[in-house]
Design a protein around this ligand. Structure first.
Ligand code: SF4
Length: 251
């Protein structure tokens, strides 16, 4: 099967590098997963609630009630069927964590919101990369481009490097100078939010472009490979990923 990549969203790029094998099952072979990892509806639900909060802050300069955000979270979460829960994260625990994180979010100092979920299209060497800026704010020193993440652990230097490259790409879609930051909503035993300034260099701009071109080539050559990681526990394609199912792994 010949694949030609004419455009690529950042989330598609990201799902490919998380596990090329999962990407091929889902996007190329169109296999149906037996379920979705609970991390996905959790992240989508928190994201949707945060989006509503910042849109409201932009329009009315005040945050909504936490209960309203929880209703948004729940409606997005419950939209997913056949959710696969990790051993340490049953549904009740995830909902309790979501409430704690959204309470912390509502109680953060207000910011001047310029844009929420702003789409960008970046031309990269003959194809397009589609991205979505989670949040653009402004303070006395200028614009700040934010990415909002949920995660199960504190950000490592490697995580920061990866987010720096994502933000470097998004910065190409903004005509004014910006600073960069990431807001991580952490699903820890004691949930917390970390707001981190992200230094973005010219080398990050260069590296993300090279990475995107390499991923495009890897997609087009159609040779998936597995990346065994903590994601395997709740992967909806785990049943196909057994080496005994070799026939399922070819195009
Ligand atoms: S089980 Fe693990 S290696 Fe296999 S597709 Fe899923 S995430 Fe990738």
């Amino acid at each position: 099967m010949k694949i030609t990549v004419k455009s690529l969203s950042y989330s598609t790029y990201s799902s490919f590098i998380n596990c090329p094998q999962q990407f091929f099952y889902s996007k190329i072979l169109k296999k149906r997963p037996v379920g979705v990892s609970a991390n996905l509806p959790f992240g989508s639900g928190v994201h949707a609630a945060a989006e509503y909060m910042y849109r409201r802050q932009q329009a009315f300069q005040e945050p909504p009630e936490v209960d309203v955000l929880m209703r948004i979270f729940q409606s997005v979460f419950d939209h997913s069927t056949d959710v696969i829960y990790g051993e340490k994260q049953p549904k009740e625990q995830l909902f309790s964590t979501a409430r704690q994180l959204l309470t912390l979010l509502v109680n953060e100092p207000p910011v001047r919101v310029i844009a929420v979920e702003h789409e960008i299209l970046v031309p990269v060497d003959g194809f397009y990369v589609i991205g979505r800026i989670d949040l653009l704010t402004e303070d006395q020193n200028g614009l700040i481009l934010w990415d909002i993440k949920t995660g199960a652990k504190k950000y490592s230097d490697e995580d920061l490097k990866r987010v720096a490259q994502q933000l470097a790409l998004y910065g190409l879609g903004i005509s004014k100078p910006v600073r960069y930051a990431v807001k991580t909503l952490l699903k820890l035993k004691e949930p917390r939010i970390e707001n981190l300034q992200v230094p973005v260099t010219q080398a990050d701009h260069q590296e993300i472009i090279e990475q995107l071109l390499m991923v495009k080539d890897a997609m087009e050559c159609g040779k998936p490979y597995r990346i065994r990681s903590y994601r395997c526990e709740t992967c909806g394609f785990k049943h196909l990923c057994d080496p005994n199912n070799q026939k399922e792994n070819t195009l």
